[in-house]
Design a binder for this molecule. Sequence first.
Ligand SMILES: C[S@@+](CC[C@H](N)C(=O)[O-])C[C@H]1O[C@@H](n2cnc3c(N)ncnc32)[C@H](O)[C@@H]1O
Length: 293
Amino acid sequence: MTSNHGRPLLPRISGDGSFSLYSPEFAEGFHSADGALGEARRVYVEPAQLDRFPRKSRLVVVDVGVGTGTNTAALIESIQKRELMMTWWGLEQDPLPSQLALDDPGFQAQWPQPVLSQLNQLIHGDTLLWGDARQRLADLQRLQAGHCDLVLLDAFSPRRCPQLWSQEFLRGLASLLTPQGRLITYCSAAAVRRSLITAGLRLSAICSPQGSGRWSAGTVASPTPLPDVPPLRPLTPMELEHLNTRAGEPYKDPGGCGTAEDILAARSLAQQGSRAESTSEWQRRWRLTDGAQ
Ligand SMILES: C[S@@+](CC[C@H](N)C(=O)[O-])C[C@H]1O[C@@H](n2cnc3c(N)ncnc32)[C@H](O)[C@@H]1O
């Protein structure tokens, strides 16, 4: 099967047995190889800390890069268990990932029937805004600025898809949040974290599953300071220093229509002219061998 963009998407079984896809166009998998379902729960649902919301309350949620719908389905599962309600918005340019997932018996078997049925309705409903998320975000801002409790940001990595990690796009997503709202992402890249701070948000890291203090499983950002309650933790001094290295140079897309190549080339030029500490120097100081983005 080929995606909207003419390249095939390859179905995969991820580490925990759950359904995933690989995109040759972006040269990346849709989820961590350890497990799509585990990642959705650990990185997106648990950091949302749904216990904050009283029973029967209605959450406004935005899923950026809906893909197979795994993150949304994991959230629906938790929302249904807690008797919460949800107004959902999705941003996605390609209908094929959700079609492949919903047609796959393995994906169907992952979910209780009420979850699958709500996911189906959302994917086929008019709150999924198809098209380039950068353009569709403007429509969402008109409708939901300041009203969203959760924004789940699950784009391909900044190096592969910088369009959805630019300072401008992240500022737009930040504008959707309520004062206690949370933007949640698997990404810990310094450039992304710095752009979220520039957008006026406070950050926490998502504890890594191994409990290692050094690396995190992602980032949560909110207009209001976040609690120091697992799975959230404050950024470490090492992580904070990382933001001020050249790796913290933001991705910029002022017109909201730059290609990945344009955005990466402009950032690389800005890094070359930057007086910030080099990322390798920071790595040496902290005795790091890999993992810094
Ligand atoms: C890492 S995958 C998302 C995984 C997804 N959350 C899931 O659970 O399957 C990234 C998604 O972003 C979509 N995407 C990439 N560039 C986009 C753009 N400019 N606008 C909207 N969607 C985009 C891709 O089609 C893909 O479905």
